[in-house]
Design a protein around this ligand. Structure first.
Ligand SMILES: [Zn+2]
Length: 229
């Protein structure tokens, strides 16, 4: 058998979730810290704010992912129950339905009926789940996994701006957070582009642009309130 090519699409789910989580962690924590630093906060205050932002963000990411993925899983489950009932009640009608799906995709009528018949003999519910509902094993939703992996990704991103906020002296902390965060975002963009098989330059620009804008906005707001700490 010839070697099978590596497909990137199977990485899409976890890659999207973890890049999004890490990017969120970096951007939200860095822009919060930049704003607080611009208002004249001390190193200790930056540390407390940073750690709070990390915990709050990670918990909120986990809750959000859990809710969204589990409601998708609920939907898939009730669809499968519905489909199972239809199959038990109306096997022949379901056979025609599946055959028609293949006919619409360009398979001849006699072959479509043969394929539908054999697939349903093997596993009727699985055949309908895949080709009628588009639910496959590899894509079916796992809420807990989604929750803890996005919380972890957020925390792994958020930790960097916190470290940067402690590395620089008070008069250098604002430009320090800016430059170090942009470099971190560019690396994240490059890594995710490499993993996803996309052009590296585009990945870098996409990820770092929005982070820079977010930090600029919060820095302006922080300057506006400077002296409040
Ligand atoms: Zn069906």
């Amino acid at each position: 058998m010839p070697p099978i090519e590596q497909h990137f699409i199977f990485r899409a789910g976890w890659l999207r979730a973890s890049v999004l989580g890490a990017n969120d962690g970096i951007v939200s924590t860095a822009s919060l810290l930049a704003g607080i630093a611009a208002s004249g906060a001390t190193r200790e205050q930056l540390l407390i704010v940073g750690i709070s932002a990390l915990i709050a963000g990670a918990v909120s990411m986990a809750a959000g992912e859990y809710i969204s993925v589990s409601s998708q899983a609920d939907m898939e489950r009730s669809d499968l129950i519905l489909e199972g009932k239809e199959l038990a009640k109306n096997y022949d009608k379901e056979l025609d339905e599946l055959a028609n799906i293949y006919i619409q995709r360009g398979v001849s009528e006699s072959l479509a009926k043969q394929v539908a018949g054999q697939l349903m003999e093997h596993d009727a519910l699985d055949a309908h789940a895949r080709d009628e509902l588009g639910i496959t094993q590899s894509l079916s939703a796992r809420p807990f996994q989604a929750a803890y992996s996005s919380a972890l990704a957020f925390a792994l991103g958020a930790i960097w701006p916190i470290v940067f906020s402690q590395l620089f002296s008070p008069d250098q902390v604002l430009p320090g957070i800016f430059v170090a965060t942009i470099v971190t975002l560019m690396s994240l963009g490059a890594i995710s582009a490499k993993l996803g098989g996309a052009p590296v330059q585009r990945g870098i620009t996409r990820v770092s642009l929005w982070g820079t804008i977010a930090m600029l906005v919060t820095t302006l707001i922080g300057h506006f309130f400077s002296g409040s700490f």
